[in-house]
Structures are given as structure tokens and as C-alpha cells.
Design a protein around this ligand. Structure first.
Ligand code: TXA
Ligand code: MG
Length: 326
């Protein structure tokens, strides 16, 4: 039976006991909720893939307290990894480094590399510290569904597949971590995320953005570059504001509309409208919760105002384009 606990030391103890027994525990991070299992235990890793319905070739991120716990997971930990960890951890940055021989290949979906990140959320930190081992944690949703930013989203997406959800309230960033591959030259951002390109570039000047969606499987650096990720149940379209409002107005059934800034006037009752902030951080924080709400509302179509074509909106634009119906 799934249980949701508001963490205090007792809840953390219970979570640790479950993890030690090979069970899965969902926990909040500053980005999205993670589905945690022991990162160095192949049986726990298999359970994570099964719970999500995710192919075993899609690598997981090992969550650590900081650089001291990340170094032993890496075959080589170079000066750039150390500098980035010192600068941005704990925080929403995932580093891809060569995998140490002691780390199960299953964690990395068989790849010779490993993803490591130190999450900033105090509950995540407390859990990793109390377990005393790295925690593998993909976003706590079914494969290709929208990531959870509240404990309720986790319960709805994973149900009984998770033994316990630690409830830390809504996530502060609301979008996943930025993933940067340090095993290639120049270093590549495989997934834009909650750490902005501007901040990352200031610390890693030669960093480049990998092509957003790479259709040729052999050219993919990360399975997360799959086209169909982060999608709600209802088909989703991106349109400029006026076209989005018009499409929602003329839709014959229940329809979701997500716009920025101002509330459109005179919408018919079948339009479920969400007005999000007209700045990227605020929009990103609220986006997944809106998509979850619209799925719950049972709309059969979602139309979203096209985000600005600006680097600050990179992560939001990436998630929306993946969610959009092609
Ligand atoms: O914010 C986050 O990163 C959240 C929270 C829970 O920490 N976790 C998360 O995990 O988003 P997941 O499994 O949903 O996404 C991990 C991403 C995927 O795009 C995956 O392909 C990529 O990281 N990744 C992991 N290991 C990799 C590796 N060895 N090489 C390339 N990409 C890797
Ligand atoms: Mg995910």
C-alpha cells in the first residue's frame, strides 16, 4: 500500500528501512519528485525500470550528497567536474562522467558513463545522508508521462509501485535538472533544464547544446532526447497566442488552454484555462502541474501559447516541443 508521509526524522528512518529492504521510495527534489532505489543494487535498479515501465537501456541518475560521494562513482573525475560540482551542487545540474568499474552497468543502461547529481532539497539530502549510499532516481512518473511536481502527482502516476512517498510540497524549480556530458569535447548539454545555459556557460565556456531532438537513434547521446517525452494524455499543440485562444474557443469539447501573462476574455465554459507567468522560471515551475490538472480535468485537447524563442525559455520550449503532437 502506498503511503504519503510528511517527513520528520521518523519518516526518513522508515524510508531508509524500505530502501535497505530493496523497496522504492519517492522523494522531493528541487526539480521534480524522484523514484528512489539503491543505486548500487542491481535488484533495486530492475525494480525502478519495472515501476516506470521504462526500457532498461535508459540510464538513471545517481543522487549523491556532493562531490565527495560522486568521485568514487566516476572512473575519472576531472577538474571540470570538480569545478562544476563545487559551483552548482547541491543544485539542478547532472554531470555525465566515465563510470567506475564498481558501479553496476544497469544504472547506466549499459553505457560506459554515469550520471551524478547532488539535489538541493533538504529531504533529498537527509535521505541520501541517512542511507549513506547513492540513490538512483528517475522522475517518479510512468515512462514518457509528465514528471511529478507534487506528492499527489506521484501517487496518481505510480500507484502501488512505490512503497512510500515523502511529501515535500510543490517542487521549487518544477523542471528537471540540466544534463551535461563531460565525456565529449566540447561538453554537451543533453537536456536543457533548471540550471540556465547562461549560468552553466559562465563556468564552462565551451559548452554546446546538443541538437534538441535527434531522430536517428544511433546519433542520440542520451535516450532522454527521445521525441515523445513529458507528454500529457491529451494531444497538445503549440500556437501563437491569438491562434491558441481561437483554437480553444472553437474546440467542440473540453479543451485546455495555457497562456502567458494575461487572462483572455470571454472564453466559453468548455475551456479550462491556465494563465502562467510571462517569465521562464515561473512558467517552468507551474507547467507540469498545469498539464497534470488538465489531464485530471479530462480535456481531450491542450493548446499552449508558443514560448518565446529566447535562451531563457530553452528548457520550457524543449519540454513543450516534446509534449506536442507531431
Ligand atoms: O531533475 C532531475 O534530473 C530528476 C530528479 C529526480 O533528480 N531526475 C530525472 O531523471 O529527470 P530521469 O531518469 O527522468 O532523466 C535522466 C536523464 C535522461 O534524459 C537520461 O537519458 C539522462 O539523464 N542520462 C542519465 N544517465 C545518462 C548517461 N550515462 N548518459 C547520457 N544521458 C544520461
Ligand atoms: Mg523523466
Amino acid at each position: 500500500m502506498i503511503r504519503v508521509l510528511t517527513p520528520d526524522p521518523t519518516a526518513i528512518d522508515e524510508a531508509v528501512a524500505l530502501l535497505r529492504a530493496g523497496e522504492l521510495v519517492a522523494f522531493p527534489t528541487e526539480t521534480v519528485y524522484g523514484l528512489g532505489g539503491r543505486a548500487l543494487d542491481p535488484a533495486a535498479l530492475a525494480r525502478i525500470f519495472a515501476a516506470k515501465g521504462r526500457p532498461a537501456t535508459h540510464p538513471l541518475i545517481a543522487h549523491v550528497q556532493g562531490a565527495d560521494d560522486a568521485r568514487p562513482l566516476a572512473a575519472t573525475w576531472d577538474a571540470r567536474a570538480e569545478a562544476l560540482a563545487q559551483r552548482f551542487w547541491p543544485g539542478p545540474l547532472t554531470l555525465i562522467v566515465p563510470r567506475a568499474a564498481s558501479v553496476p552497468a544497469a544504472l547506466s543502461g549499459g553505457k560506459p558513463t554515469v550520471a551524478v547529481r547532488a539535489p538541493a532539497h533538504p529531504i533529498a539530502q537527509a535521505l541520501i545522508a541517512a542511507l549513506g549510499e547513492p540513490i538512483a532516481a528517475p522522475s517518479a512518473n510512468r515512462y514518457q508521462a509528465v514528471s511529478p511536481t507534487t506528492a499527489a502527482h506521484v501517487v496518481r502516476s505510480l500507484g502501488d509501485a512505490v512503497a512510500l512517498v515523502l511529501d515535500g510540497g510543490p517542487c521549487a524549480a518544477g523542471l528537471e535538472s540540466t544534463v551535461v556530458d563531460l565525456t565529449v569535447t566540447p561538453p554537451l548539454v543533453l537536456r536543457p533544464g533548471a540550471l540556465s545555459m547562461a549560468l552553466l556557460r559562465a563556468a564552462l565556456p565551451d559548452v554546446r547544446l546538443a541538437t534538441g531532438v535527434i531522430d536517428d537513434e544511433s546519433q542520440r547521446h542520451s535516450p532522454g532526447q527521445d521525441a515523445t517525452h513529458y507528454a500529457p494524455r491529451a494531444p497538445l499543440s503549440l500556437m501563437v497566442r491569438d491562434a491558441a485562444i481561437e483554437a480553444a474557443r472553437t474546440h467542440p469539447h473540453a479543451v485546455g488552454l495555457i497562456v502567458r501573462g494575461a487572462l483572455p476574455s470571454l472564453l466559453p465554459a468548455n475551456v479550462v484555462v491556465h494563465v502562467l507567468p510571462d517569465e521562464a522560471e515561473g512558467f517552468g515551475r507551474a507547467l507540469y502541474a498545469c498539464l497534470h490538472d488538465l489531464d485530471d480535468a479530462g480535456v481531450d485537447f491542450i493548446v499552449v501559447e508558443l514560448p518565446p524563442d529566447d535562451e531563457a525559455w530553452l528548457a520550457v520550449g524543449d519540454r513543450l516541443r516534446r509534449a506536442a503532437t507531431k
